[in-house]
Structures are given as C-alpha cells and as structure tokens.
Design a protein around this ligand. Structure first.
Ligand SMILES: C[S@@+](CC[C@H](N)C(=O)[O-])C[C@H]1O[C@@H](n2cnc3c(N)ncnc32)[C@H](O)[C@@H]1O
Length: 217
C-alpha cells in the first residue's frame, strides 16, 4: 500500500511538478538534481562509448521529458528524433525544440504496440523503473523487435532491489538483464557504473547504465 502511494506520487505528482518547473526555468531535465548539461554529457558519452553513427538514423526516446537528449542528438549527430511522453507540457516543449521531430503524447507500451518504425538507438533514461518488473520485461522484448541490426537500447539510471537508495519506483532484481539476454540471443548486454562512464552521479553512486545491442546477423 505504502509502495503504491509512493509510486503514484512519484509518477503522477512529482513528474508534473518537475515539468512545470522546467517550463518556467528552462531546465531541460525532468529530475530534481539533474540539469540540461548533465543530460547532454550523458548522451554524448553514450554515443562515443558505443561508437554510434546516427546521421539520418531514427532515434527513439521513451519518456523523453522535454526532449533534451533528442535535441542534442538532432543538433550534433543529425539523427531523426522520435519521442514519447505522457505529459502534455513535455511534448509541447519537444515540438518547439525540434520542428521536424515526431512526438507522441502516449503511454510507452501503447506506442511500442502501434509503431511500425525501426530504430538505431532507443533511450530509456530514468523511465523504465516507472513500470512494474513484469512490464519492464515486456517493454524490453517489444523494443528488441524494433531495433535495427547493430542498434542499441540504452537503459539509464538503473538500480537494483538491494540498493539502499530508493528513488527508483520499481528496481529490478540482480540478474534481470542477463536472464533477458539468455532468452533473446539477439541481444548482447553491457553494464557500466554511471560514475565510471559519466563521471558525475547525483543519485545512487552504484547506479548503472545498461546497453543492449542488437546483433547484426
Ligand atoms: C524521471 S523523468 C525522465 C525524463 C527524461 N528521460 C529525462 O531524463 O529528463 C521520467 C519521464 O517518463 C515519463 N513517463 C513515465 N511513465 C510513462 C509512461 N507510462 N508513458 C510515457 N511516459 C512516461 C514521465 O512523464 C517523465 O517525463
């Protein structure tokens, strides 16, 4: 019961408050402690770490917030941006930043069921933990089917159930991603501590980024 109330507060109330704050202040991150520079730094390092070539390629940000990462990738990498978020104000800001982008005010699972597009990078930064662990598995399975060969799914701000830090609404058990890759042999797992790859971690010092790469058979 306490968990349900906490999660409702986190997903429904807090996210809308951050969104309103961002609209008023210009902060591009739908987070308490992160800002535009933090998001741009992380997405830049991810592109470089995975040696991604995104020019003219479809990039999908699920739970895209105000589109800060997508806008960086559109500007610096010339990708084609797609974003999905539940909050109207976030989608409004995305459309203002990226006139040619495709933005959907929709639930992530519904979008994944309906889209016929394929992607070279799918971003879920601080988002998948809003779903129960069963649904997280469903979401990853659906994304696997939408990744182009050589494409990457990046799940950021991942923490596990044994973490003492409780910002994540539904943390996953250890071994969760290994199990997914055992069942779906087209996905290859890489996991990195965010303090190592991004340098500056403002939440759990043990939070990780998960990279699931689609094999190029
Ligand atoms: C912690 S914020 C992160 C936003 C963005 N990725 C960033 O780093 O700034 C989580 C975002 O996920 C969105 N979100 C949560 N549940 C969602 C759902 N079921 N469908 C679509 N968006 C969702 C929220 O509206 C919010 O913008």
């Amino acid at each position: 019961m306490f968990t349900q109330i906490k999660n409702f507060f986190h997903i429904t109330v807090l996210m809308n408050l951050y969104s309103l704050r961002n609209f008023l202040t210009g902060n591009g991150a739908v987070w308490l402690k992160l800002n535009t520079n933090d998001l741009e730094n992380m997405v830049e390092k991810t592109v470089s770490h995975k040696s991604l070539k995104l020019e003219g390629k479809n990039v999908l940000d699920l739970g895209c917030g105000t589109g800060t990462m997508l806008s960086y990738l559109t500007r610096e990498e010339k990708c084609v941006p797609y974003g999905v978020d539940l909050i109207r104000l976030n989608i409004h800001q995305c459309r203002k930043k990226m006139k040619d982008g495709k933005f959907f005010r929709q639930d992530i699972i519904n979008y994944l069921d309906e889209t016929e597009k394929k992607f070279d990078l799918v971003i879920l930064y601080g988002v998948i933990g809003c779903f129960t662990v069963d649904k997280q598995r469903v979401i990853i399975d659906k994304i696997s089917n939408l990744l182009n060969s050589g494409g990457v799914l990046w799940i950021g701000a991942n923490i596990y159930t044994d973490s003492s830090y409780k910002f994540q609404t539904y943390p996953v058990p250890k071994g969760f991603y290994e199990e997914i890759c055992d069942a779906d042999k087209s996905l290859e797992l890489e996991e990195i501590y965010e303090k190592e790859i991004f340098g500056n971690v403002k939440y759990d010092s043990n939070q990780t980024s998960i990279f699931l790469s689609k094999s190029s058979e």
